[in-house]
Design a protein around this ligand. Sequence first.
Ligand code: GAL
Length: 369
Amino acid sequence: MKKQLIGGLAVAALTVVTLTSCSGTARGGSDSGSSVDIPKGSTIGVALPAKTSQNWVLAKAAFEKSLAAAGFKADVQYAAASSTVTDQQNQISGMVTKGDKAIIIAAQDGSQLGTQVKQAKDAGIPVIAWDRNITGTKNVDYYVAFNNFKVGQLQGQALLDGLAKLKGDGPYNIELFAGSPDDANAPVFFNGAMDVLQPKIDDGTLKVVSKQTTFKQVSTQGWLAQNAQSRMSNLLQADYSGSTKLDGVLSPNDTLGRAILQATKSAGKPNPVVTGQDSETASIPLIMNGTQYSTIYKNTDTEAQAAVDLVTTLSKGDKPKTVLDKKNNYNGVKTVPAIELTPILITKDNAVKEYANNSTLEALAKAGQ
Ligand code: GAL
């Protein structure tokens, strides 16, 4: 009997541990296991970076709509383009002081928010990195974004597809561009693209004429169009004199893609196959008329909703279903538990179909048909 009883107690104990761990702590389960307290009607902080691309412009309305529908108040703040990092640091500290019950952060520079996310952690406020990871700290609880490595792979594949479709047989002359060094996404996008392109560089199908192939050499400070345009112009002047053709350019987003195309047009080089990202309204007509080859669709409403759903899950005291994706989301200290969304490659062939859930983009794609 005694043996049975002990066995029974052991099973009961195990059940209690299992149940607790899968339902999180009594009042919600932030990743660190500490309990969180997010009553309905709470104010949720959303710290956004400078508006370097249209997706950031769209983010404020997306969060305000999703948070209101979920029964929360929104405290959405953009960092000013001038003193961006300092601005964002002060805004996040302010959100902690005001007592926002969760803080969602799209980092201007994810490596410079360690102090602020520690303040949040010490105050028992869950921190959700949004779109861009926050690095060098264990105090970020969750990361919600589209799979950035997959974004890069899609961009690399699009470049190869466009070259094969539009530039005859190889080998092809190309140049590489990447995003800003202070954006944790930028090297991940680039690594994803090179995962596809490097084998084709190695076998001679692709030739980077300038020989600039490292992230440091090809990155674009601040994601600023003028930085990409001047680098493209300099490359054309240095390496593409005379009849040397430029067949394609890896561009990490639409803003830089349009700047690159401006530079090639000014240099009298017919438009190379150029990739992009963000499905910006300024690029859809260019994709439909063949000027820009591709972009990536990352629905901002969907991405914001995923973060708000996570806040709702925590508010109910449940444990969010996340993935541990080291390749994508190791932040230098830990692999941040993530909710990963799937990016979609867009070319003129599938734009109308894939933009069906976005009337603005669908209309632009249809107008370009
Ligand atoms: C990245 C973001 C991209 C693009 C870029 C420019 O972090 O994921 O979609 O917007 O910033 O700011």
